[in-house]
Write a protein that binds this ligand. Sequence first.
Ligand code: ADE
Ligand code: ZN
Length: 326
Amino acid sequence: EEELDGILRLPKVELHLHIEGAAPPAFIRGLAKEKSVNLSGVFRADGSYDFRDFARFLEVYEAATTVLRGPEDYARLTTAVLEQCAENGVIYAETFLSPDFCGGGDLGAWREYLQAIREAADAAEARMGVTLRGIVTCVRHFGPDKAKAAARCAAETADDWLVGFGMGGDETRGQQGDFAYSFDMAREAGLRLTTHAGEWRGPKEVRAALDDLRVERIGHGVRAIEDLGLVDRLAEDGIVLEVCPGSNVSLGVYPKLSDHPIRALRDRGVTVTVSTDDPPFFHTTMRDEYRNLARTFDWREEDFVQIAQDAARAAFCDDATRARLL
Ligand code: ADE
Ligand code: ZN
């Protein structure tokens, strides 16, 4: 237990965190009250987010975002999220930002949201020492045309803060390759690439992410374990998995953490990192993830140090920023 305290106190690097998904329920309720928005069906009686499966999770997520109506709301959200990060010993986080939710894909509006988020992040870094970088993410079930608008926003604002492009949303719809145009546009703008794959669909989806979108990191990727040839490829090519164990258990990808393949993937040489995805939705934090992994897989402080160092090496930030994390 003394060792567990040491593990929980380690500096952490989080690569997979959706900004809207990190909104505390009380924060969303507060905005709903201010704006007189009726969010019935979003919360349980105990105040937590109410969903029973992935489809409903996405609906509740999108309903909650309807109260986030302008750059100032996102600035306040950024501050709230970074306070949670700091409380958990996170020293660096990358967050998914969607032009779809931040201005509806309009470039001018997106610039205003981005500026507000960055200003809030800079203030939080000065106050709490936690560094944030942004990854524009398109939403798979919104389709390839919306993704192109998101990619254009990303390409136009790519810089040392807006460092990546990715895709989340409903993996059971369409194909990774439908979004190749957007990923190519982002790559040409110098952005680093990641996509959600292998959370709901199996190994084929992970192969498509590598072959059709040519990403260097994969969100989740855990169902790659069902194809050991693919596992070897991930290990050999140094593809980094952004693993979110609590998310996978909460959404029912695996019944319990002891069934989760994170240890098997790691033992086979895949670079795994640990993130929370949408922490209040899944009743988790980075400290909870570390505690549960330590207990379930008997991981030691050295394992968590390696995971955080691997996450720092896989971070999309510039090398001067990375050097502060290593
Ligand atoms: N958006 C937010 N969380 C997600 C998840 N776990 N999978 C796909 N899209 C998401
Ligand atoms: Zn995610």
